[in-house]
Unconditional design. Sequence first.
Length: 276
Amino acid sequence: MTTPRDTLPEPLAGLPEPAVVELPPGRPWLALSELNRLIRQQGQAHPLARAWVLDQLVHAIPLPVGEEKALMAAFLQRRGITDDEHVPGWLQERGLVFDDLRILATQKRRLQRLVRCRWDNEVEVRFLQRKPELDQVVYSLLRVDSEGLAAELHHQIAEGEADFADLAPLHSEGPERHCRGQIGPLPLATGHDSLVSRLRRGRPGQLFEPFQAGDSWVVLRLEQFLPAELNDATRERMMGELFEEWLEQRVRLLLEGQPLPPLDAMLALLQEDDSP
């Protein structure tokens, strides 16, 4: 049975130290052969590769010295550390060194800076590609088990004799019975294909003829169509998606044993951004 070592291995003269992995700093726990076994058996290759790619990237992204210091001070202040004298003890308690603090405090800003420089000009194209999935709708719905009942409920709604809010608690078989028949706002693309096709071409207030969706008969009315807008939040989301795709591509290359493309061209964008 493998047990943790209590002391670092002592190298023989002229021989390299055995490679070990530390969990508590300064205390060896695993040999690299054991770590490799755990990575294989516990399926940790992907998260480890992702962590390595992110670490390589974060360390390569420059920040102005003043901004870095301000971010570190704010990071510590949020944790109740306002005096520089308390920083060494805080780091020691957590098994961290100063470079860990520097990266923890600034990695979000470093990545944000790179993402905006690299992908900001691709956001509009990405948004247009994704817009059909981002548009949202509010609709009213009844699901029943027979065509005849669906036709009767549709007639009552069309003639103004009753509405979805009255009929859903009495007749609907889906979760909409608990919300007076109304669904949304939800992304348009998340519904059943037969619902999506109607909602996409419908107009607010339109009551559709009963139709079959899966095992149910459906009565449907489009209440609101909420088209996605390219606002600040959506822009950030689109840039984040583009970054994640690029990151996953590098992770796949690493896991396949392929060389990673250099970061030089991407980092050059930051220099252009800093130029007057």
